[in-house]
Design a protein around this ligand. Structure first.
Ligand code: SAM
Length: 245
């Protein structure tokens, strides 16, 4: 079963921070037109933008993740416009001023064929002059050396919105040949329940990303370091790509 189908009930405990929200909120306001979040998940960003009255559609591969989004929307008295689809192949008779993918979701595309299909599909769903925003990353030297098996990265002790305590243990196994990072997340709830999830993210170098955007016909390809539009240098970890149709 897809890892997000397995973790949908607890996704919001694992990925709870919103350090990127203001960035997407500003970009969606600037777009001044219809917005699409691809891989919208349980609505971490999607519901905030919808709550601000922005015209936003969402697509995600996981029905269970979308189920959580719809449940949360109901509690907030919001009416979401979301549908199930694969980023490589979804097709809706609508074009957008802005398409964005937060939280490195594009890196679930594990090879060039998948990446090119997805980029071409995003471009097909953009209006002329519309923008695509993707979040990718550069692994640190430390991470690149965590090969040949799972390595423990950190333990987080956290508090859920209902006040209960839980912990997260993060593990990483980096495959330098395939350029794939395999993560294991172990969740322990206060009531003793334990869950373990594994997922893979590809690592795509900056030169390759730029080349793929160009080959798919994007223009004005810009890269920033982090969500404050910083300059990209050799130490930049979180990369934000903005490309125009
Ligand atoms: C890290 S979560 C991000 C969710 C949400 N955007 C957020 O910021 O919290 C990645 C999401 O990508 C979705 N996903 C993975 N592969 C996908 C695909 N091929 N097409 C569409 N969505 C996909 C998963 O179901 C999951 O909801």
């Amino acid at each position: 079963m897809d890892v997000y189908e397995q973790m949908a009930d607890f996704y919001d405990l694992v990925y709870s921070d919103k350090y990127d929200l203001q960035f997407y909120l500003n970009e969606a306001k600037k777009a001044n037109g219809p917005v699409l979040e691809v891989a919208c998940g349980t609505g971490r960003i999607y519901l905030e933008l919808l709550g601000q009255g922005l015209p936003i559609t969402g697509v995600d591969l996981s029905q269970k993740m979308l189920g959580q989004l719809v449940k949360k929307a109901k509690n907030l008295a919001l009416k979401p416009d979301v549908f199930r689809g694969d980023m490589r192949s979804f097709s809706i008779g609508k074009k957008f001023k802005l398409i964005f993918l937060p939280y490195r979701s594009f890196l679930h595309m594990l090879n060039d064929d998948e990446r090119m299909l997805a980029l071409a599909n995003f471009r097909n769903h953009l209006m002329d002059g519309g923008k695509l925003i993707l979040h990718t990353y550069n692994p640190s030297k430390f991470e690149l050396e965590l090969t040949k098996g799972m390595h423990h990265l950190e333990t987080e002790q956290l508090k859920a919105p209902d006040g209960s305590r839980y912990s997260l243990d993060w593990y990483l196994d980096y495959d330098d040949k395939a350029k794939i990072a395999r993560y294991r997340i172990e969740l322990r709830l206060e009531n003793g329940e334990k869950y373990s999830y594994e997922m893979q993210l590809s690592y795509v170098g900056q030169k390759k990303m730029k080349k793929m955007f160009k080959e798919c016909g994007f223009k004005e390809i810009k890269e920033y370091c982090g969500f404050d539009y910083g300059l990209v240098d050799a130490n930049c970890k979180e990369l934000i790509w903005v490309a125009t149709k």
